[in-house]
Design a protein around this ligand. Structure first.
Ligand code: HEM
Length: 328
C-alpha cells in the first residue's frame, strides 16, 4: 500500500476514534451570538406555546441515543431513506420540529453555514430547562450533523413507556450512564405531556393481568381513567407531573405518592435500585438539578464518529453518504 493510502486510512481512523472535539464557546469567533439567538428563539416558542420547549428538550434524548448527537432525528425521509421520524417512539409523538427550523433560520441569517443542527438541539434543550425554572449550565459545542438517519436504528434503541427500571438501568449503562444519571434524566418528565396511548396498558391491563398497575394511587388512577377511557381517543394528552410547565422536583414527589404518569416513571420508585435516588431528588431539588446537569452533559457527549457536515436546513442533508464515498 502506498504511503499516501496509509496516511488517509490513519486520518480516517483518527476521526472515527476521536469524533468531533467538543468545547464550550465553540462559536465565539465564528458566530458570537449563536447561544443568545437560540435562547431568544426558545423564549419566543415558549410564549407562543408553553409546552413546545419541553417537546424540543425531548429531542436531545431521542437524538443522542441513536448513533450519537448528530441531528439524525431531524432528517425528513427521502426516496432512499426512511429516517427516525417514523420510528415507534417518535411517530405521532415527537413534535415542535418547527421550533428548530425557526432557530436554524435565525442562525443562518446571522452566520450562514456555521452552527450545526446537532448543536442547536443541545443548546435548545439546555434553554428549555433554564427557561422553565430549572438549572442553567454551560454546554460544549462543535458537533457535526449526520448525513443519514435510520428508522430501524431508533427502533432498536429507544425505550418503550412500558419499560421497567431494570431494563432502563441496562440500557443507559450501554451509553456509560449510571443509575443516578438515568433517574436524574428521567426527571426531564418534570415538564411536558404524554398521550393516553402511552398508558392505556397500565390503566387497564398491566402485564396482561386485565387489571391496572397496582402502584397507581387510587385518586390519580381515577383521574387518568377519566382522561383516557377505554375506546377513547388515545391522542389525548395528560401532564407528566403536577407542574408540567415548571422544571422542578415535583416529578419525584409525584413518584413517591404513586402519581407517576408513565410506567417507566413509576417503576423508578417501585424498584429497589432506583428508589433511593427518587427519594433523594424528591427531598433535595439542588441534588436533582446537579445530577440532571451532569447527565445532560454526558448524554450530549455521545458521538458516533461517523462523517458529518453542517446542514443548511436541519431537515435535509447537504451531501449524501454516496457523495462522501465518491469524494474520497
Ligand atoms: C428513561 C427512559 C425514558 C422513557 C421510557 C421515556 C418515554 C417517554 C414517553 C412515552 C413520553 C410521552 C410520549 C407520548 O405519549 O407521546 C415522553 C415524553 C417526554 N420525554 Fe421521555 N422518556 C425517557 C427519558 C427521557 C429523557 C432522558 C428525556 C430528556 C432528557 C426525556 C424527555 C421527555 C420530555 C420533555 C417529554 C414531554 C414532551 C412533550 O411534552 O412533548 N425523556 N417520554
Amino acid at each position: 500500500m502506498s504511503l499516501l493510502l496509509h496516511l488517509i486510512l490513519y486520518l480516517l481512523l483518527l476521526t472515527v476514534v476521536i469524533g468531533d472535539i467538543l468545547r464550550p464557546r465553540f462559536y465565539s469567533e465564528t458566530c458570537p451570538d449563536a447561544e443568545s439567538i437560540v435562547r431568544r428563539e426558545m423564549k419566543k416558542a415558549m410564549i407562543k406555546e408553553a409546552r413546545s420547549v419541553a417537546s424540543v428538550m425531548r429531542f436531545q434524548f431521542h437524538d443522542c441515543f441513536v448513533n450519537g448527537c448528530d441531528a439524525s432525528l431531524l432528517l425528513d425521509d427521502t426516496p432512499n431513506m426512511i429516517g427516525e421520524k417514523l420510528s415507534l417512539s417518535n411517530i405521532d409523538s415527537l413534535r415542535s420540529y418547527e421550533v428548530v427550523d425557526d432557530i436554524k433560520e435565525a442562525l443562518e441569517k446571522a452566520c450562514p453555514a456555521t452552527v450545526s443542527c446537532a448543536d442547536i438541539i443541545i443548546m435548545a434543550s439546555r434553554d428549555a430547562v433554564a427557561l422553565t425554572g430549572g438549572p442553567d449550565w454551560e454546554v460544549t459545542l462543535g458537533r457535526k450533523d449526520s448525513l443519514t438517519a435510520s428508522q430501524q436504528d431508533s427502533d432498536d434503541v429507544m425505550p418503550s413507556p412500558r419499560a421497567n427500571a431494570t431494563y432502563l438501568i441496562d440500557l443507559f449503562k450501554r451509553f456509560d450512564l449510571s443509575v443516578k444519571d438515568m433517574v436524574a434524566l428521567s426527571g426531564s418528565h418534570s415538564i411536558g405531556q404524554g398521550r393516553c396511548f402511552s398508558i392505556m396498558f397500565r390503566l387497564y391491563n398491566q402485564s396482561g393481568s386485565g387489571k391496572p398497575d397496582p402502584a397507581l394511587e387510587p385518586d390519580y388512577k381515577n383521574k387518568l381513567n377519566k382522561l383516557c377511557p377505554l375506546g377513547g381517543d388515545e391522542n389525548v394528552t395528560g401532564d407528566l407531573d403536577a407542574t408540567p410547565l415548571v422544571f422542578d422536583n415535583q416529578y419525584f414527589k409525584d413518584l413517591v405518592s404513586g402519581r407517576g404518569f408513565l410506567n417507566s416513571d413509576q417503576t423508578l420508585y417501585t424498584t429497589q435500585e432506583t428508589r433511593e435516588y427518587v427519594k433523594l431528588f424528591s427531598e433535595d431539588q439542588d441534588e436533582f438539578f446537579k445530577a440532571f446537569e451532569e447527565g445532560m452533559v454526558k448524554m450530549g457527549d455521545l458521538q458516533s464518529g461517523r462523517d458529518g457536515e453542517i446542514r443548511f436546513n436541519c431537515r435535509v442533508a447537504n451531501r449524501r453518504p454516496i457523495d462522501v464515498l465518491l469524494e474520497s
